[in-house]
Ligand binder design. Structure first.
Ligand SMILES: Cc1cc2nc3c(=O)[nH]c(=O)nc-3n(C[C@H](O)[C@H](O)[C@H](O)COP(=O)(O)OP(=O)(O)OC[C@H]3O[C@@H](n4cnc5c(N)ncnc54)[C@H](O)[C@@H]3O)c2cc1C
Length: 427
């Protein structure tokens, strides 16, 4: 008989959610986490859409260490000289069904892993799952150092690299076109200063994404999120783009931090943390084989993440897929069958949920973003030029259309029409 019903590799959001749901249903669950604590190694920009966790732990934000509830959205296009910003605030953000919160993973993941422990899971950290344990070819558990731990099913929630899914032949080696590298700094500032600088009340937060100059023409962008008493500032750039550029990400981040649209927000702040991590960005094109006999793949390990330029989402998919993996294992336990005949229903569950439906809806987005470099240089410059024409007066005025049209023609009407059409089908 196996030591556990389920062994979960990774106490990120996917792993801890799955563990929590399985333990609540009475299954015996072991979670192995290689970090010193859950969340110690995990990075996010900062904003989690609450809907998926809300369904599992209603009202979770009352007790979880969330930072601020996002009530303002900003998107800026930067060129070296100008900054064009959309600033959107709405009472609709107060609706609990669509709420989102800034979070710091070290504390948030520790809280969620704690919930799994409270529900009865054994959570062991630091513990690295080195390999899958097999008997006559069948997965029977995990090898961790000198230990062999047996479980009826192993859930691979080990993040974007998922070496174990690769070893199991479920996932190919990562393509540099399918992953971005993100670097982030946490800058300490008092909550009063943050409230004043961003026009927020206590508990209210802002999500600010940047396109154009921060990525220095490469496919990517910048972000700034407000926490209670710190700001997260960072960049996410596609790995294949970094590889063809001489630029170094830490230098790009410094240039972004020091740029005139960002620097004033950070004045007087102290950098208290630096982290870097890969982000899956291949969408549905990087979905691995999701299940096999005694094995499931979830969260970033399954590539469930979307970067649409105006929003980055991976955390709600990690939680959503964790819950569906748990549902599948609970069914397998009831049937006493952990073969792929039963575990295969995980894929159907995902397809019927927002997780795969979103991956499908935005299946063209990764390709569109990667192959439309104009979005990262020419189009921000076009917007800059049109707005500069609008707002600068140095002599006789011209009709706006006479100012704007030459700019539009220079960018290429055909390019604009083509990119607009492709973008509308992708984003
Ligand atoms: C810079 C950046 C910005 C982002 N911004 C956002 C955002 O604003 N909003 C959003 O929703 N998403 C964002 N994301 C994506 C989001 O962070 C991920 O989608 C999410 O963390 C995935 O959760 P996960 O549990 O699947 O994986 P992870 O959080 O990576 O957790 C995997 C866990 O497995 C552990 N592990 C790995 N291998 C082993 C092993 N062999 N043995 C034991 N443990 C192991 C790791 O230590 C880790 O704890 C961002 C990501 C980055 C990097």
């Amino acid at each position: 008989m196996a030591d556990y019903d389920a062994i979960v590799v990774g106490a990120g959001l996917a792993g801890s959610t799955a563990a929590y749901c399985m333990a609540k249903a009475g299954l015996s669950v072991l979670v192995l986490e290689r970090g010193d604590a859950a969340g110690a190694k995990n990075v996010t920009g900062g904003r989690m859409y609450a809907h998926s966790l809300e369904k599992i732990i209603p009202g979770f934000a009352e007790e979880a260490p969330v930072q601020r509830k996002v009530v303002r959205e900003r998107i800026s296009m930067l060129t070296g000289e100008s900054c064009f910003t959309i600033d959107f605030g709405s009472s609709r953000f107060k609706d609990p069904a669509s709420a989102s919160y800034t979070v710091l993973r070290a504390e948030f993941d520790a809280w969620l892993a704690g919930k799994a422990e409270e529900a009865g899971c054994d959570v062991v950290c630091p513990a690295v799952a080195d390999d899958l344990l097999r008997e006559n070819g069948k997965v029977t558990g995990i090898i961790a150092g000198d230990d062999e731990l047996t479980g009826e099913v192993v859930l691979l929630a080990d993040g974007v690299n998922s070496l174990l899914a690769q070893k199991a032949g479920l996932k190919k080696e990562l393509s540099p076109h399918h992953v971005a590298v993100g670097a982030k700094e946490v800058v300490e500032l008092s909550s009063g200063v943050i409230n004043d600088r961003f026009n927020l009340n206590d508990g209210e937060g802002l999500a600010h994404l940047f396109a154009g100059a921060p990525s220095q023409g490469l496919v990517g962008g910048g972000f700034l999120y407000t926490n209670k008493d710190s700001l997260c500032v960072g960049l996410v750039i596609t790995v294949s783009e970094m590889a063809k550029s001489a630029a170094r990400l830490p230098d790009m981040l410094e240039a972004f931090r020091e740029s005139s649209p960002v620097k004033p927000y950070l004045t007087g702040g102290k950098i208290i943390e630096y982290s870097a991590h890969l982000v899956p960005e291949g969408g549905i094109n990087m979905t691995p084989i999701l299940s096999a006999d005694n094995l499931l793949v979830l969260g970033d390990a399954a590539g469930f993440c979307l970067n649409l330029g105006f929003t980055v989402r991976g955390m709600d998919y990690a939680i959503g897929s964790g819950a569906l993996a748990a549902e599948t294992v609970i069914e397998a336990k009831e049937k006493g069958d952990f073969s792929n005949a039963t575990l295969g229903s995980y894929k159907t569950r995902l397809e019927n949920s927002f997780v795969m439906q979103d991956m499908n809806t935005h299946r063209r987005a990764p390709d569109f973003i990667e192959h439309t470099p104009r979005m990262f240089k020419e189009y921000p410059e076009l917007v800059e030029n049109i707005l500069a024409d609008m707002f600068t007066v140095s002599g006789p005025s011209k009709l706006m259309v006479k100012k704007a049209l030459p700019r539009v023609f220079k960018a290429g009407l055909l390019n604009l029409a083509k990119d607009g059409f492709r973008g509308s089908r992708a984003i």
